[in-house]
Design a protein around this ligand. Structure first.
Ligand SMILES: [Zn+2]
Length: 333
């Protein structure tokens, strides 16, 4: 039967105690509440048995969309192995992990034209995770993000990047192996690291906006890490390219899986002298320093918008505002 797990909005649902020590407040889509059981990935007999076990939960992904309940707030809807007839067997069932004795798998239902009808589901829908992520609790957001990322990786690695032959899923869906005997390359799930940085001086932060963004939206600076580059080098380069400002004092903050489709956002803070920024005209069409009071007032009056609360960029901005508050600046948010 499809299973709607009750919403748990007040708890983070972290699986391993040490995760709490590592990250006191995980970002959205992080801290999946599963034991990833890497030791079971090479145990096909155990995997087959779990796929016949009615206690197993299956997370379906349909054309990059995730299945959630129609109620408020939405919760992740998972399936039992008998709930669906077919899924993409080029991808197979991807072992995500185990929680409370139940194995969790992801499957791709993209080939099914009307999945809700075929599943017999009425009070659920397949939605873009990005649009509803803020409404989900930590555990559901992380579970759906993990499933979405894994299915996306499989769909884009059906052929070997080395020789072009077909690949097949193995090790519980955590490896795709080239089927050409002479090649036999193994391919592993990947994430694309991107740095995201809040640049500040003593009183202000540096925010920019892209022409393609919604009107009045300003955010932190970001970009993908390039080959042969350290993270602090990537921070320096991105800020210099986009604004012409030279940063110092790069400090790691936290990270966030961003499964749209497969980024890992690496959050930093950095300091800079108050140089006049210039938008590069390519990625950014405006970049400005905002004093704290100015930023609060512009945001309060809706003259500017800040990134969604679910994002690490908003967290970086909010924590900077709070830190200045503690330093004795006006408390007016
Ligand atoms: Zn190959």
């Amino acid at each position: 039967m499809p299973h709607l797990r009750p919403a748990r909005r007040s708890k983070l649902g972290l699986h391993a105690p040490d995760e709490r020590a590592i990250v006191k407040r995980p970002n959205a889509f992080a801290a999946v509440d599963l034991d990833r059981v890497p030791g079971r990935r090479r145990d096909p007999a155990w995997i087959s048995a779990r796929l016949r076990d009615p206690g197993t939960r299956v997370v379906p992904v349909w054309r990059s969309r995730s299945l959630v309940s129609a109620g408020e707030p939405p919760v992740a809807v998972t399936l039992a192995p008998g709930d669906f007839e077919a899924y993409d067997d080029r991808i197979g069932a991807i072992l995500l992990g185990v929680r409370s004795g139940s194995a969790y798998f992801a499957i791709d239902l993209s080939a099914v034209a009307e999945p809700l009808r075929s599943l017999g589901l009425e009070d659920a829908s397949f939605v873009d995770l990005r649009s509803i992520g803020a409404l989900l609790d930590q555990a559901d957001g992380a579970l759906l993000a993990y499933a979405r990322s894994m299915v996306h990786w499989h769909r884009h690695h059906l052929h070997c990047g080395r020789c072009g032959s077909g690949t097949e899923s193995t090790e519980g869906g955590h490896v795709r192996r080239c089927q050409d005997v002479g090649c036999g390359s193994s391919h592993f799930p990947r994430t694309d690291p991107a740095v995201i940085v809040l640049v500040t001086d003593e009183r202000a932060c540096l925010l920019g906006r892209q022409a393609t963004w919604p009107p009045r939206l300003y955010s932190t600076l970001a970009g993908f890490v390039e080959p042969g580059e350290s993270l602090s080098e990537a921070v320096y380069r991105e800020v210099m390219e986009e604004t012409g400002v030279a940063v110092t004092g790069v400090r790691y903050h936290s990270s966030q899986p961003w499964p749209f489709p497969s980024s890992l956002m690496l959050g930093f803070t950095a300091t800079a002298e108050r140089a006049e920024p210039r938008a590069d005209g390519e990625e950014l069409d405006d970049v400005r320093w905002f004093d704290r009071e100015e930023l609060l007032e512009l945001h309060r009056s809706a003259a500017i918008r800040l990134p969604a609360p679910i994002s690490i960029s908003r967290r970086l901005i909010s924590e900077w505002l709070a830190g200045q508050e503690r330093a004795g600046l006006p408390d007016s948010e």
